[in-house]
Design a protein. Structure first.
Length: 476
């Protein structure tokens, strides 16, 4: 296989052995696989952790919120540091942070330690932008697109591996917390293997980190994400001062951040990028597809695990069965990511965005129509997963190609932030629907909570298809 060269001429330096393309691709795939495992391992364990850690299910919601808030805080800073100081150098520290968090999670016998570990694990959000920076600086456009497709496929495959691995350990291990060590093994392997293999970025634009802008952005986004993540929960009613303070205060701080960045010579994120039509379109499509993809991340597994004897609906699967039932969606998502570059070369990037959005809309409508049959429901989730895979690759690729090479990781980081924002909005809307459809004193909602959520997600995905028509093609 030919070796990958850099896109920009470097200053004369002693000759070094180039890293083979296969080694680079294998390394980035391994890192993203560990990221997926870290994100997917906990879902099958939540029910058992309530008794092990002596907490309620509502308390455990803070674990996902902590990880989300940390990812929002880490992403822009790590992305900018990678562009300035070298993507490999920052990635090594990034992996070390996530490894430390995973060790704390593995050692957790208290809720506080689990929460602390989850905060550090949230740094996995920096992996993708940093790896994209390495790929783009050492490959041409076609190779970079293929590499990103492998990364997305590895990420989603890792989620599936994490689900199944922790489900199996939870079912057959004598220790109720053995499965908490799953991400430690994955991240440690990724760090050990990629340390000597990944090359460093040779082109550096120079400059400094805008710490003031980074702090403002983190405060604003964390407040918004906290309000969205907790909105509707006891003590966090949507009209409460606490929730409104987070949402409105976060929006105000983010607006101040935008003004400050426009006046900063070397901003953390150049907001002027949003003057470009394609940047805006890709950003909006990222919001619409993650609304349903992440908004139903909790609802669908709960539906799969609910029995008709309990609520008059549901498919009555056990934790391991739920893990296996989520595989069709994950596998289809992986397939969509892998075929996305070839599809784009045949039908254009704009039509990939349209097709992916329509497939998700059709999948959600099919979930609504076939929810009484396990086979029909899983087939519907696979259709939605295929569309999601196309969009995962397309939005991440186009977000990077819309920015200058020296802002590669920042461009990718913006997309990762929007993925979190879209997912949080979707989760908040689904939570509000569930709250409205849950009778007083009951734990499970009416079936209408699910049917309404599926149709809402379908409508938002269809809106994404319409927005995708505004994307302008670029010269290849």
């Amino acid at each position: 296989m030919p070796e990958i060269g850099t896109l920009r001429p470097a200053r004369p330096r002693p000759a070094v052995r180039a890293t083979p393309a296969a080694a680079i691709v294998a390394s980035v795939v391994l890192v993203e696989l560990s990221s997926g495992i870290t994100q997917g391992f906990l879902s099958p364990l939540l029910a058992s952790l309530t008794s092990v850690l002596h907490v309620t299910a509502a308390d455990l919601n803070w674990v996902s919120i902590a990880s989300l808030l940390a990812s929002v805080a880490f992403t822009p800073v790590l992305s900018r540091m990678g562009d300035l100081y070298g993507h490999r150098k920052v990635l090594r520290w990034n992996l070390a942070i996530v490894l430390l968090g995973s060790v704390l999670v593995g050692l957790s016998r208290s809720f506080g330690l689990l929460l602390a570990g989850s905060l550090l694990q949230g740094a996995f959000a920096g992996f993708f932008p940093l790896l994209v920076g390495i790929l783009r600086n050492r490959s041409d456009r076609a190779e970079s697109r293929r590499g990103i497709s492998f990364m997305v496929a590895a990420l989603t495959s890792g989620v599936a591996v994490g689900l199944v691995a922790s489900g199996l350990l939870a079912k057959y291990s004598a220790s109720p917390t053995a499965a908490l060590w799953v991400p430690t093994a994955a991240v440690a392997l990724a760090l050990a293997v990629t340390w000597p293999l990944l090359p460093e970025t040779e082109y550096r634009p120079g400059g400094r980190v805008d710490w003031a802008g980074g702090l403002l952005l983190c405060v604003g986004l964390v407040a918004i994400m906290l309000g969205l993540g907790q909105g509707g929960a006891p003590g966090w009613e949507w009209t409460s001062a606490r929730t409104l303070g987070c949402l409105l205060g976060g929006a105000a701080v983010t607006a101040v951040w935008a003004v400050v960045e426009l006046r900063t010579a070397e901003p953390m994120i150049d907001v002027r990028l949003f003057r470009h039509r394609n940047v805006v379109v890709v950003s909006l499509v990222a919001l619409t597809f993650t609304f349903g993809m992440l908004g139903l991340l909790v609802a669908n597994p709960v539906f799969l695990g609910t029995s008709k004897a309990q609520a008059g609906y549901g498919l009555g699967l056990d934790p391991l069965g739920i893990s296996l039932a989520m595989l069709p969606n994950m596998l289809a998502l992986t397939l969509g990511a892998l075929i996305a570059p070839a599809v784009a070369s045949r039908i254009t990037d704009r039509l990939v965005l349209v097709t992916g959005s329509l497939l998700m809309a059709v999948g959600f409508v099919a979930e609504f129509a076939g929810h009484s049959s396990l086979v029909a429901f899983l087939a519907a989730t696979a259709v939605a997963g295929l569309g999601s895979g196309l969009l995962q690759h397309a939005t991440r690729t186009l977000a990077v190609e819309a920015v200058p090479p020296e802002q590669t990781s920042v461009g990718s980081g913006i997309n990762e932030l929007l993925i979190n924002v879209g997912g949080s909005i979707g989760a908040a809307v689904v939570l509000a629907v569930f709250a409205a459809q849950t009778p007083a004193g009951q734990v499970l909602p009416r079936l209408g909570a699910y049917t309404t959520s599926w149709l809402l997600c379908a409508a938002v995905a269809a809106a994404g298809a319409v927005l995708s028509l505004l994307h302008r093609g670029t010269k290849r």
